[in-house]
Design a protein around this ligand. Sequence first.
Ligand SMILES: *[C@@H]1O[C@H](CO)[C@@H](O)[C@H](O)[C@H]1NC(C)=O
Ligand SMILES: *[C@@H]1O[C@H](CO)[C@@H](O)[C@H](O)[C@H]1NC(C)=O
Ligand SMILES: *[C@@H]1O[C@H](CO)[C@@H](O)[C@H](O)[C@H]1NC(C)=O
Ligand SMILES: *[C@@H]1O[C@H](CO)[C@@H](O)[C@H](O)[C@H]1NC(C)=O
Ligand SMILES: *[C@@H]1O[C@H](CO)[C@@H](O)[C@H](O)[C@H]1NC(C)=O
Ligand SMILES: *[C@@H]1O[C@H](CO)[C@@H](O)[C@H](O)[C@H]1NC(C)=O
Length: 575
Amino acid sequence: MKMFGRSVPLRPGALRPENLGQHALAMIGNLCFSLFVIGVLIFTIIAATYEPEDPLFRPSTKITTFLTSTSNATFKSDDSVVKTGEDFMPVNQTLFESFINVTDVENSNLVVEAVGEEAVTAVSNECEGGRLSQPIDCRDPEVFHLMMKATIEQFKDIHFYKFGKPVAGLNESTCDMAWRFRPKEGKAAAFYKDYRRFVISRSEDCSLSIVSIGEYHTGINARKKKKNQKGFEKKANKNEQSPDSLPVVGEIVNDTLPFVDESSFSQGKYLIYVGGGDRCKSMNHYLWSFLCALGEAQYLNRTLVMDLSICLSKIYTSSNQDEEGKDFRFYFDFEHLRESASVLDQDQFWADWEKWHKKDKLSLYLAEDFRITPMKLLDIKDSLIMRKFGSVEPDNYWYRVCEGETESIVQRPWHLLWKSRRLMDIVSAITAKLNWDYDSVHIVRGEKAKNKEQWPNLDSDTSPDTLIATLGNKIEEGRNLYIATNEPDTTLFDPLKDKYSTHFLDEYKELWDENSEWYSETTKLNKGVPVEFDGYMRVSVDTEVFLRGKKQVETFNDLTNDCKDGVNTCSASSS
Ligand SMILES: *[C@@H]1O[C@H](CO)[C@@H](O)[C@H](O)[C@H]1NC(C)=O
Ligand SMILES: *[C@@H]1O[C@H](CO)[C@@H](O)[C@H](O)[C@H]1NC(C)=O
Ligand SMILES: *[C@@H]1O[C@H](CO)[C@@H](O)[C@H](O)[C@H]1NC(C)=O
Ligand SMILES: *[C@@H]1O[C@H](CO)[C@@H](O)[C@H](O)[C@H]1NC(C)=O
Ligand SMILES: *[C@@H]1O[C@H](CO)[C@@H](O)[C@H](O)[C@H]1NC(C)=O
Ligand SMILES: *[C@@H]1O[C@H](CO)[C@@H](O)[C@H](O)[C@H]1NC(C)=O
């Protein structure tokens, strides 16, 4: 859309770009942004999570965790992963206490509940004529019972919340069953779904036994489409947490683009942000800006018209070039966004706009200066408000709209933004392969290890010999150890194999290679063009697997006394 070519006028008395080098300007931008982010983050997090009636509310820990992960250095093209809404959800522990245990299954009351409408018939264990040779009936309550019991007994590090009715598997002696669970020691507020294939045998006396339970997500016949929960988030009472308002990793994702009924398009009110200097910046910058736009749209009670095509910064690409044309849905949960906020894809929007704006006399209000606050736009009646951003950084960053007096009025709706469930499913598959029972260590090396001036000890502190010594005090010998690292040559850590069973992200390549579900789904999203598992996805998955370890050892503080952001930054970045 090149309809509005005017540039944003400079504020009188503002720094003039011609007086400054591009470099200096960018630096000022970074610095302002950094300082600003710290300040506003504290505020936003307090505001967003402040629920005094919640006894589990622990603001200081939340803020600390958040700031540790998004220190000002993060915004200076660090490759770390920003936290998203699900990481800050206040967790209603009551919800998680009601898991299903073996006693419940033995007492059988659960079976009735889970089977639902079907009455549970008395099970006869007699070996009547012919029964021996019959196929296993997966719908038989006895079979269900047995499968649940075997599952609970086999997976000791997770809690179960719901079992689905088994269905026939591949052949006469297999049944598929799904369940909802979460890791016993998990802190995040998500549920997970697994479905596996069970091989069942019948012995001479007709008693049944489970021969084996398949790998993660093998029971594909038991995988069912989630019911449409459109709008639940909007209606849900803020203080009432139901299992359905939490992310469920492992469900089928339906993140098709929303559309507006032809008949109601003209009644709608829309907000769009156009242009600006945010493109191809770090993902953290992108989110900071995007959530400002979304916050404004919610404040104005308008539909946000968004560009789902994002530019991936070169800090995450293997080509070391900025890459255009990445889909928002590769990284974030668009289904959740679509269901809990009013958003539209811009291509769709412009097509409808073309069709209706003349006929229905739809009007547009153009705001070309970020200092026109959202509060001033409240009374605008035009169908579309377009914020147009110029070409001079940093005044053309979207997030500037949310600065100043707006800060206290428009809040960034972090809760609307969750990580891609397709990526989280990869995380879940990896942790399942490790049986939810592993310790993890995050080893930062890369450029930082080479820079002896800023990180004098990092290289030696993360060398294999030192690691063996340091980890020896923290992690028991023989444990599964997941190593999240930016060190490209993982053979460097070979000496650790003497003491631990080590695991790295690349061991699990099959979860995103050509035969994977992730690959086929993202290819479909991307109009048939295969999607690279890029640097941001890698770090995302690596970080999340790390965070699910039972014992977690971080580089900074745990392995080295060097500061995360270089010499003498410890007080600023870690506390
Ligand atoms: C981070 O921000 C603080 C102020 O909040 C500043 O003192 C410090 O120098 C910054 N760190 C870096 C590495 O720029
Ligand atoms: C299972 O839960 C019941 C209460 O729901 C409890 O009485 C029982 O001890 C639990 N059993 C096990 C094995 O944890
Ligand atoms: C059914 O499939 C399972 C798993 O693939 C296999 O172990 C079993 O032998 C098969 N049973 C029959 C009767 O073919
Ligand atoms: C937590 O969940 C339980 C069960 O869903 C509900 O009864 C309770 O009111 C909830 N508590 C809070 C503080 O939301
Ligand atoms: C996905 O969701 C959209 C919107 O809720 C719906 O119209 C569509 O039928 C769904 N697609 C599938 C395959 O379920
Ligand atoms: C928001 O807009 C919808 C229709 O666009 C309207 O029905 C609703 O009353 C508005 N809510 C507020 C709080 O203005």
